[in-house]
Design a protein around this ligand. Sequence first.
Ligand code: GAR
Length: 214
Amino acid sequence: MLTQLEYAATSLVSPPLGTKVLEPVRSPLKLGVLASGSGSNFAAIAAACAKDELPAQVQVMIYNNPNAKAAERAAQWQIPSRLLNHRSYAQREDLDHAIINTLQEFGVEWVVMAGWMRVVTPVLIDAFPERILNIHPSLLPSFRGVRAVEQALAAGVKITGCTVHLVVPELDSGPILTQAAVPILPGDTPETLHARIQVQEHLILKQAIALVAG
Ligand code: GAR
């Protein structure tokens, strides 16, 4: 049997009969994570990468609120973090240019908006075409935009959930990659419901990253 190196050397021609075709060795997907708040989704990704559950590595975590707990989590996971405070930029596009510069500085291939509460512009989307994931706390296309958990409670639906989708210029509207349903229970408050949704978010976000990495 040929070793992987030998096979690589002969791979420009058809492999000889009886040669076991080995999978090419992939390097981990280089992720950049954008987070605005608690960063529990970011932490779920970081933990999965550290345990080799995901063929990926977080190169940098960018946050826009100086008080975001996500920054503490980055320090715990020894992941570089950068504060890009949206208040320091006159236009959304200016913030997006700063994000692109930081992502490129760290060699990021895929971007994950993990609780990123800023609307992104085509400037960022065009820099990473079909390579930006967003997690949203509803079963899209229902309840786009802010306060999606409250929207679901106000609408009186019995089932809501969460969605990971590719980012396109229209808010919360890109192709859906993964979803999970979460029942709404009698007496649910935004906090109790959001807590159960977040358990599912951490799972489907990892599934989506595995999907794009594969
Ligand atoms: C998550 O529930 C995510 O779905 C939501 O913010 C939360 C962040 O939690 N994102 C949006 O509402 C985006 N429209 P986290 O900081 O603990 O990951």
